[in-house]
Design a protein around this ligand. Sequence first.
Ligand code: FES
Length: 114
Amino acid sequence: MSQFFASLPADEIGSARPSQCSIDGLSVLLVRDSEGTIFAFENNCSHADKPLEKGVWNAQTREILCPFHKAVFEVAHAGRVRVGPAVVSLQVFPVQIREHNGVPTVFVGIDGSD
Ligand code: FES
């Protein structure tokens, strides 16, 4: 079951490039698509455990391109691989927008062990 953690203010999430934050010890990237929807996913390419923060985010197709060996993940479709060499999906997390200290904030759901 997911536990939701506060990450960044919603208005800090853009559609040009991923925003990085640390949630419960996990490096997470936040992005916004061209319609304004926010997505969160692990800052780790499943191909060779490399960070995706310098990857290319496409806000129209909702895909992230890994900068190392050019794998492409469909963030809006559970992080599935569209282009290899990765074969394992990217871990995508549920998000909620809630008030936090009076500011609309992105809460990210991280799976717990319960
Ligand atoms: S580390 Fe991402 S494609 Fe190889």
